[in-house]
Design a protein around this ligand. Structure first.
Ligand code: NDP
Ligand code: MG
Length: 382
């Protein structure tokens, strides 16, 4: 029996994780849940899974939830303290991090310090603090198990292989809803257009990140930390069918990949059951004959400048990836609020990077301070 603490339980990854847990009641027990403000959904989850602890970021909502579940034996906490407490709770064996954004840094560190294995969906944490998280995980002897589908595919392709023999990582990308379009075609993009992903149903932030291809930039950064591979060895391959979830090319020219239908429950389940495989309840099997053909393209870095900026941020290193991420988080929030245009997103990232002088190996405090300065810069300009 594995005991799971789940951060971001009310979101897309969170609810799919609970779906997996509900299919395997003898294997998993959910002991902790955390969300931002959706206490209606969180209460349903609490009544269904009966965790010992739950946290809500919003303090007033946490108070309200506490009243709503006063008939139950559960501790309700709030804010960052609550998030960290759930992440590191004594009863948990594994903490699945599915909050959105770099808000996940402190709880992930708290979980690792408490010796929990991490099933990591929250890529923004590795993007900004990978240089802190990975050595800390090694020091504490905990596993960082990828949930992001591409990284799970790479992880699966590396099973039993010597990581020293990796020649290249081939990180696949669907290309998002605007694949094949040019910059001028993107000038009038509306929020509704950008939220229509061709292959995956996900939270709003990552869906916009997929449309700008910033998501792939974040994933290159994530892969670089997870697999200890230099960014130059990570090739983005646009593959519109999203069937090959990613591949590894080895020194001897062999290429090993993981294929499947697009269903996030597989990488979630793989991380939770690792190293075992179990049936994916309700999962569709890949029908190669129905597919008939697969396609591959080079990414268009002139149109999707967010991806180009990601490589630039990695080349400059240190705190520059925090600026890249923080600027994107703020720009996406503004786009979703209809305050800026679609093409302003990479523009804001680029301008924010241009005014920043990177600090090498920033501490958590420095990362959070760079985040704040980036937000202030953006507020002063847009
Ligand atoms: P969603 O927006 O669907 O869900 C986000 C979750 O985080 C919600 O439970 C939300 O709570 C919670 N949350 C937000 N802010 C806070 C906060 N301050 N404190 C506590 N909880 C908070 O996002 P996704 O599930 O799509 O994505 C989650 C992470 O997983 C992201 O990092 C994303 O990049 C990554 N990922 C997602 C994939 C997907 O298929 N969705 C695929 C691969 C990676 P509330 O509902 O109350 O707001
Ligand atoms: Mg992904």
């Amino acid at each position: 029996m594995k005991h799971i603490a789940l951060l971001g339980s009310t979101g897309s990854i969170g609810t799919q994780t609970l779906d997996v847990a509900s299919h395997y009641p003898d294997d998993f027990q959910v002991v902790g849940l955390a969300a931002g403000s959706n206490i209606k959904k969180l209460e349903e989850q609490i009544r269904c899974f009966k965790p010992k602890m739950a946290a809500v970021w919003d303090k007033d909502k946490a108070k309200q939830l506490k009243e709503n579940v006063s008939d139950m034996d559960i501790q309700i906490l709030d804010g960052m303290e609550g998030l960290c407490a759930v992440a590191a709770m004594e009863e948990a064996d594994i903490t699945l991090t599915a909050v959105v954004g770099m808000i996940g840094i402190r709880p992930t560190i708290a979980a690792i310090q408490a010796g929990k294995d991490i099933a990591l969906a929250n890529k923004e944490t590795l993007v900004t603090a990978g240089h802190i998280i990975m050595p800390l995980a090694r020091e504490k002897g905990v596993r960082i198990l990828p949930v992001d589908s591409e990284h799970s595919a790479i992880f699966q392709s590396l099973n039993g292989e010597d990581r020293g023999s990796i020649h290249k990582i081939l990180l696949t990308a669907s290309g998002g809803p605007f694949r094949g379009r040019k910059r001028k075609d993107l000038e009038s993009i509306q929020v509704e257009d950008a939220l229509k992903h061709p292959n995956w149903v996900m939270g709003h932030k990552i869906t916009i990140d997929s449309a700008t291809m910033v998501n792939k930039g974040l994933e290159v950064m994530e892969a670089r930390w997870l697999f200890d591979v230099e960014p130059e060895r990570i090739q983005v391959v646009v593959h519109p069918e999203s069937v090959i979830h990613s591949m590894v090319e080895f020194e001897d020219t062999a290429v090993i990949g993981q294929l499947g239908t697009p269903d996030m429950r597989l990488p979630i389940q793989y991380a939770l059951f690792y190293p075992d495989r179990k049936p994916l309840i309700g999962g569709a099997r890949l029908d190669l004959f129905a597919l008939a053909s697969l396609h591959f393209e080079k990414p268009d870095l002139e149109t999707f400048t967010g991806l180009k900026l990601a490589y630039e941020a990695m080349a400059q290193g240190g705190s520059m990836t925090t600026v890249f991420n923080a600027a994107n988080e703020r720009a996406v929030a503004k786009f979703l609020d209809r305050k800026i245009r679609f093409l302003d997103i990479p523009e804001i990232i680029g301008e924010s990077m241009a005014v920043h002088t990177p600090v090498a190996s920033p501490s958590v405090e420095e990362i959070l301070s760079v985040e704040k300065t980036t937000y202030e810069f953006i507020e002063s300009r847009w």
